[in-house]
Design a binder for this molecule. Sequence first.
Ligand SMILES: Nc1nc2c(ncn2[C@@H]2O[C@H](COP(=O)(O)OP(=O)(O)OP(=O)(O)O)[C@@H](O)[C@H]2O)c(=O)[nH]1
Ligand SMILES: [Mg+2]
Ligand SMILES: [Zn+2]
Length: 326
Amino acid sequence: MKIPACIYEAHKKEFLCKIDSENKTVSACAKRTVLKSNQLVPGDKVLLEKSGDEYQIVDLIDRRNEIFRMIIRERKKRITAANCDLVIITTSVSKPLYKQGVIDRFTTRTFQWDVPAIVVFNKMDEFQNEFDIDFEMRRFENLGIECFEVSAIHPENPSRFGRGSFKDLQNKLVNTQAIILGQSGIGKSTLITSLSNREVILRSSEIGKSGKGTHSTTWADMIDCGTFRIIDSPGIRSFSLDDIFPEELIHFFPDLLPISLTCQFSNCRHESSSKGCAFYGGGTDPQTADIIESRLLSYRKIMEEISKTPAWRKKRNKSVGSNLCN
Ligand SMILES: Nc1nc2c(ncn2[C@@H]2O[C@H](COP(=O)(O)OP(=O)(O)OP(=O)(O)O)[C@@H](O)[C@H]2O)c(=O)[nH]1
Ligand SMILES: [Mg+2]
Ligand SMILES: [Zn+2]
């Protein structure tokens, strides 16, 4: 008899699995044929077989989606997690300070992964108006990405800018399997602890003198928070988008895509010197012109970066799993 289960923790040869039909977590090894063709990651749905007291993973069920990145040097795809309903892109508003470029890279990836995302601004208890948070939120909302403003250490604080509160965030997560992503030290683990109403206490660590995190979470593991589950992940160190082909980038900027379709030439580079470029023809909606301008800057920056890698190096072939995010 095969027993359906979900992987919570993936180590080299041992996997912590939760059996779907029972509230029971078991440790299992994996059949060689399964390991040979796949790397197993948190969120994976598998089939187990029991012999005596031992469980073995005998099958991997097809993934709905993968949270991955490409190592183009090695031509490998590294998978961090699978079957996510939602990506919680998290940022801190102070120590470490908010960086728009980093969040734009995350949204580019979530559109590539084809997984819905939200943006959570954490550490709102320390916010001193260092940047125009209302503008930033409008930027993401224009992309269809809902924003939340919370304090993981003071979850009872009301939202300051009328956006999603801590409670709204908890409600948003009900019945989902989410993954939390963001730089080190922004409070991912602390936030999961609060979202679980402190039913699970995760390890977190102090911010160093440089204002950066210390990479206290080192593995991506699934955490049960009662009505939802979240995969905690290590802070991202470097975040290359080099595997993306220049011609596909615009599809990961769905706010710019419809405007770009009205440019005179289909290979338009959307620069002020580009002939017949819709972005410079005064054709954009005045209500969102400032947002579009700032997003276009981001698009051009990423475009410049990914154009440096020749297309033949971007080939996506081999796939390996990796529990490490960085
Ligand atoms: N003031 C304030 N501090 C917070 C908040 N959330 C987290 N912190 C602090 O930020 C520091 C880092 O928190 P972590 O939860 O370890 O951050 P992380 O994102 O999990 O970091 P890595 O595991 O290294 O990727 C800790 O000292 C937390 O107490 C918050 O809402 N407000
Ligand atoms: Mg952590
Ligand atoms: Zn153009």
